[in-house]
Design a protein around this ligand. Structure first.
Ligand code: IVH
Length: 670
């Protein structure tokens, strides 16, 4: 290849890569698998290495610069970056809408409705379609030059796409971190024993303002545009939504939840709808924003002090609340782990009354210096268990320091802490009723033996009435014994027996998982089943052989080995086999049967693979993959920014699962 040919190919590759970025970040519809994208990128890197004269600053290979800065330069905003007025309730929204309708003399104002992203405002200037400068908001008039940092954000185009390219375009938008990105980052921080970030906003702020942009490049930052500052171009901007559509055409990502609404009631509907979806969005929001859609009307309305009259942020009630911590109790889990749980004076957090919150373990309690009687901040994020965020030290009165008990509060056995582990454990094993109950619940659970109808309440009753002591006893239950229990009856007893009967034919991996060996989750159980194929082989396996299986390290190998050394466990297994628990021998075809007849729909952008790869995996497992949700859909797998498919699945009561849950389901979780 000569330089001429190389130049041609380099241009071609850059265009292709930019187009794929656009498909991925703006349209949320990647057209090539990640591997193909990576291939194009490495071809470009190679050509640029071979012909350094072809390197250009707007090449997709040139996002990350080499040298750290000694300070950020100042940037003056030619159009000030303003903030927004707030509304906290319907009355304030009503007042806002009234002011506007009166001033404009219209009954029904048309608004652009947007999510209020919780990140940092930035301004990005494109000259002749090329990224020129990016700045923070600063005090609204003067910000800091963070061009090198913003260039590293994958979803920010280095060159604009399409036609009617503006001569000069100042894009305003928010840099933020998705929940997923935040989790991944904190996990890495933890591994490196570096400071953890308190929330996605702090993480985004800390990542963006780095003098060494190579550090920013390692952080999972995202960007959505929500407006325009200074602008010189052929197309006349008349409406806000039209402006956002243009930005999208030029390759800038805009939050997919953005829509046009007419009048106050439609604003309320939007607020409610987004509020309901808030926990399922890929990113954190603290409210919604309404902007008068017509730009002439915006001008007419003008500004008050630092905020425009034509826009408002309608905030959600906070997800963090203050309450008093009344007591710290201990919960004993299936493996004996003691988890401290905060009992709280009831408090409403984002519409849900909270009375308990997890404190994780003793190290956490010490780190946060939480004491009984303290006033604390409680946070509820999405569907996760509420947690104690921090103590309000200034409010501290009479408090009691918490201590881990030296005896199990349930069975009185010794409590020990294994070196290097954060958890304290009850050493009582299955003689501890708490561990016993939890292990039976685990055995019966959906992913284990899947004994329909056998839940916690019934299990406790069975244990208390001495009908069941361990999992093997379940299969000895008689109809009359079950029918006599509280809230049971002939029919329910019949159903339980049927469910037990049905669970007798299972799979090897479910059986292994159901045994509840410490740290053997579904994926490990699956690996064990595939490796050993027969129970006798697994039972007699030495730790060395176990360690040869991928994902099994010395600790898990030891847990498995010692589980099968316990006489008690072997007796229970024998009794289960005597009770005719069976599974078919494993062969590879079998593995695909599990998914035969199931139909999956994929939506949103996945993090660890493209949708195409996910589809291939499902097809290999024997499942069907469909483009649209219907009553026949078995699962909807959703990534970031799921769209209407998610809503449709929810409306049809079809299970929706995250990418992580999906990976776990197919045995590929990390
Ligand atoms: S418009 C004059 N739109 O909220 C209009 N801001 O409180 C100013 N924000 O500094 C901004 N999502 O960082 C706008 N859809 C959205 C937004 C948004 C988040 C942030 C932005 C701004 C702050 C104002």
């Amino acid at each position: 290849m000569n330089v001429k040919q190389a130049e041609k190919r380099v241009t071609e590759l850059r265009n292709l890569i930019n187009k794929h970025n656009y498909q991925y970040y703006v349209l949320d519809d990647p057209v090539v698998p990640d591997a193909e994208y990576d291939r194009l990128m490495s071809e470009l890197v190679q050509l640029e290495e071979e012909y350094p004269e072809l390197i250009a600053s707007d090449s997709p290979t040139q996002r990350v610069g080499a040298k750290p800065l000694s300070e950020f330069k100042e940037i003056k905003h030619t159009v000030p970056m303003l903030s927004l007025g707030n509304a906290f309730n319907e009355e304030e929204m009503q007042a806002f809408n009234k002011r506007i309708s009166e001033k404009l003399g219209t009954d029904e104002v048309i608004y652009s409705a947007e999510t209020k992203l919780d990140g940092l405002a930035v301004s990005i200037i494109y000259k002749e379609g090329k990224l020129f400068v990016a700045a923070t908001r600063g005090d609204g008039n003067v910000g800091e030059d963070i061009t090198l940092n913003v260039r590293t954000i994958q979803s920010v185009p280095l060159v604009l796409l399409g036609n009617d390219m503006p001569e000069y375009l100042e894009v305003r938008g928010e840099v933020f971190m998705t929940h997923k990105g935040f989790e991944v980052l904190n996990k890495k921080q933890k591994e490196k024993e570096e400071k953890l970030f308190a929330n996605p906003r702090n993480a985004a702020a800390g990542s963006l303002r780095q003098l060494d942009a190579r550090l920013t490049a390692e952080r999972p930052l995202s960007f959505y545009a929500y407006g325009v500052g200074e602008y010189k171009g052929k197309v006349k901007l008349q409406k806000h939504i039209q402006t956002l559509d243009l930005l999208k055409k030029w390759g800038l990502p805009v939050a997919p939840e953005t829509s046009e609404v007419n009048g106050l009631n439609a604003c309320f509907d939007y607020y409610k709808r987004i509020g309901e979806r808030r926990n399922h969005l890929a990113y954190e929001i603290d409210g919604v924003v309404f902007k008068v859609n017509d730009l002439d009307q915006q001008q007419e309305l003008g500004f008050v002090s630092r905020a425009p009259r034509w826009a408002i942020a309608y905030k959600f009630p906070p997800v963090e609340e203050i309450t008093q911590l009344l007591d710290i109790e201990i919960q004993v889990g299936r493996t004996g782990a003691l988890t401290p749980v905060a009992r709280l004076a009831p408090v409403k957090v984002a519409g849900v009354t909270i009375t308990n919150a997890t404190l994780h373990n003793l190290d956490e309690i010490k780190r946060k210096d939480v004491r009984i009687g303290d006033w604390v901040y409680i946070r509820r994020a999405g569907d996760v268990i509420p947690e104690v965020v921090r103590v309000i030290k200034e409010k501290r009165g009479k408090v009691i320091k918490f201590e881990m008990p030296s005896e199990c509060p349930v069975c009185g056995s010794d409590v020990e802490r294994i070196d290097g582990e954060a958890v304290y454990r009850c050493m009582g094993g299955l003689s501890c009723s708490a561990q016993n109950i939890q292990s039976i619940i685990h055995f019966a659970s959906r992913k284990a033996m899947n004994i329909d109808g056998l839940g916690e309440k019934l299990i406790i009753q069975l244990i208390e009435s001495n009908l069941v002591n361990n999992v093997a006893d379940l299969y000895q239950l008689k109809h009359e014994q079950l029918a006599e229990l509280d809230r049971m009856g002939t029919k329910s007893a019949e159903n339980i027996l049927q469910a037990l009967n049905k669970s007798r034919s299972t799979t090897f991996e479910r059986f292994i998982y159901a045994l509840g060996i410490r740290e053997v989750g579904e994926a490990t159980a699956r690996s064990l089943a595939r490796h050993f194929k027969a129970l006798e082989k697994l039972q007699y396996a030495q730790a060395e052989e176990l360690e040869t299986i991928s994902d099994i390290g010395p600790i898990v190998a030891h847990n498995i080995y010692s589980f099968f050394q316990q006489k008690h466990n072997l007796e229970i297994i024998q009794r289960l086999l005597d009770a005719k628990i069976t599974w078919d021998d494993i062969d590879v075809d079998d593995l695909s049967n599990e998914y035969a007849g199931m139909s999956f729909v994929l939506t949103g952008s996945l993090q660890s693979m493209s949708r195409e790869e996910a589809k291939q995996k499902l097809l290999n497992l024997g499942a069907k993959v469909s483009g649209s949700v219907s009553r026949n859909t078995s699962y909807l797998v959703y990534g970031e920014n799921p769209g209407s498919k998610f809503d449709k699945a929810s409306a049809l009561n079809i299970p929706t699962i995250t990418e992580d849950a999906f990976l776990e389901m197919i045995g590929e979780s990390k």
